[in-house]
Design a protein around this ligand. Structure first.
Ligand SMILES: Nc1ncnc2c1ncn2[C@@H]1O[C@H](COP(=O)(O)OP(=O)(O)O)[C@@H](O)[C@H]1O
Ligand SMILES: [Mg+2]
Length: 474
């Protein structure tokens, strides 16, 4: 079943948007900068041409002394022609800003009010382009080459409609270009985003194939480093799950085997009683005693299994209370003393300081009892088991040391496994299930603690447990 996905949340959509923006924004900026530059250049070229031609006109005006006598026909015609050529107006003023010539013939005799003209009298050429009205104003000083003094000013107002038209046309072309770029970049981005996210889709497909059982070894999508990392991590997880599954299967088969063994013994014992006639009473007694022992054993295995299953449940099942640990240990030892006494084993409790901590009483007691019980069970007659308690500001420490048979080096790694026993025949005679240490370790882990074991064959074993004084739920 394909899951419906939200396209707008997809990586592909994001790549698409980024690529489109990367395509469009620069092209818009470039187009508009170019248009603007073109306008600036067109205006400045026009200004220069007008200035050059005005200078020629100014020379003529000086030569004809036009500023004092406007009778010169040559100058008048030239001025008209000039105004016509640029579709504009020429104003000529003398040193007192009095207008002596106007191609529109409306301002003659009036005073010229123009900041450009004022600038011009300081000896500079001045021009101004009004973007809104698209009107170009150019002012040129009238000055004879031999006399330095400025005698007048010529002000031209020129319409730049042609530049405007050209600009409009260019702008239209620019818009078209942008349009084409938009379409192209959308298309290319679509294509590129599809190609870029394809390996991710391949990862999904590979995982789905594996889930559906269409493929059963490790998946591999080496297109990108990232997809390689994802698939590697995924393969690791699958392997872990495989191992977990195997260990679960092994556990189930172990459990079945362990539960069947006492049943088989009982069946053999019962069969031999049923199959014989006139069985002497003593044999009855003996076999029934054996059957009872097997029932006890079966019972113990089931009890241990239930404890273990409880430990496997989540930490929410912990029933944490603030407890006096010294008292708890004392109680544990008191309960186990009768068993120790049977083999004349000394049970010693060493408390270095009073300790109070957050523990689940039942689980903690079970964990420590199992250790002490082992210390007694795997001990020599007249031996000792020493339990000690100490603490620092963060943890408390319980060690259970014994003078027993010790654990062979190659078995130390495995003693916490479920059903593992160092010497099956020996352990059977001692009567263990192989579940005790597994329960202990789970219980300690639930308290966020740790357990370590040191042992030397023939000399003894020490288990040391470390548990935080205060329990912090995680
Ligand atoms: N204090 C100890 N001294 C020697 N061997 C031990 C000790 N504690 C545990 N073992 C070994 O580790 C095995 C696993 O212990 P445990 O899980 O408690 O199972 P069991 O039910 O056999 O006691 C035991 O069978 C025993 O061989
Ligand atoms: Mg045990």
């Amino acid at each position: 079943m394909k899951k419906r996905t939200n396209f707008f949340k997809s990586l592909r959509f994001r790549i698409l948007i980024i690529l489109i923006i990367l395509g469009i924004v620069p092209s818009v900026i470039v187009t508009y900068t170019m248009l603007h530059n073109y306008q600036d250049r067109a205006v400045s070229m026009l200004t220069e041409t007008v200035q050059d031609q005005s200078e020629i006109l100014c020379n003529l005006i000086i030569k004809e002394n036009y500023l004092n006598d406007t009778g010169s026909q040559t100058v008048n015609t030239k001025l008209e022609m000039f105004a016509d050529l640029y579709n504009g107006r020429v104003l000529l003023a003398d040193r007192d800003f009095k207008i002596v010539g106007d191609t529109f013939h409306t301002e003659e005799g009036k005073t010229l009010l123009s900041s450009l003209a004022v600038k011009c009298f300081k000896g500079e050429k001045a021009s101004n382009f009004d973007l809104k009205s698209k009107v170009l104003e150019v002012a040129v000083p009238v000055q004879s080459p031999d006399v330095q003094q400025i005698q007048g000013v010529m002000l031209m107002t020129i319409s730049t409609i042609e530049i405007g038209d050209m600009m409009a046309e260019l702008e239209q072309k620019g818009m078209m270009l942008i349009g084409i770029i938009v379409v192209l970049s959308v298309f290319l981005s679509w294509l590129l985003s599809t190609i870029l996210v394809k390996p991710l889709a391949r990862v999904t497909k590979a995982i789905e194939d594996l889930t559906d059982g269409m493929q059963d070894d490790a998946i591999s999508v080496p297109d990108y480093t990232e997809t390689e990392l994802i698939t590697d991590a995924f393969n690791k997880m699958v392997n872990r799950m495989k191992i977990l599954d195997e260990s679960r299967q092994e556990f189930v088969s172990n459990v079945s085997h362990e539960l069947k063994t006492p049943l088989t013994s009982m069946k053999v014992l019962a069969d031999s009683l049923v199959g014989q006639q006139g069985v002497p009473e003593e044999l009855y007694q003996e076999f029934m005693g054996d059957i009872t022992a097997e029932i006890d054993r079966e019972n113990k295995i089931i009890t241990d299994l239930l404890s273990l299953v409880k430990m496997d449940k989540k930490a929410a099942d912990l029933n944490i209370t603030h407890m006096d640990i010294n008292q708890l240990l004392e109680d544990i030892l008191k309960r186990l003393r009768p068993i120790a006494d049977k083999r004349n084993i000394d049970l010693i409790l060493d408390c270095f300081r009073p300790v109070e901590a957050d523990v689940d009483e039942v689980k903690f007691t079970l964990a420590i009892s199992n250790l002490v019980e082992n210390g007694i069970k795997y001990n020599v007659d007249d031996g000792w088991v020493r339990v000690s308690l100490d603490a620092d500001h963060k943890y408390f420490y319980v060690t259970v040391a014994d003078s027993g048979m010790g654990i062979p080096e190659d078995s130390i790694e495995r003693i916490f496994e479920r059903f593992y026993r160092v010497d099956k025949s020996h352990s059977k005679e001692i009567g263990g299930t192989g579940l005790g240490l597994a329960i202990t370790r789970s219980a300690i882990a639930m308290h966020h603690g740790a357990i370590k074991v040191f042992s030397k064959e023939g000399e003894g074993t020490t288990f040391s447990v470390r548990i935080p004084l205060s329990y912090i739920a995680s």
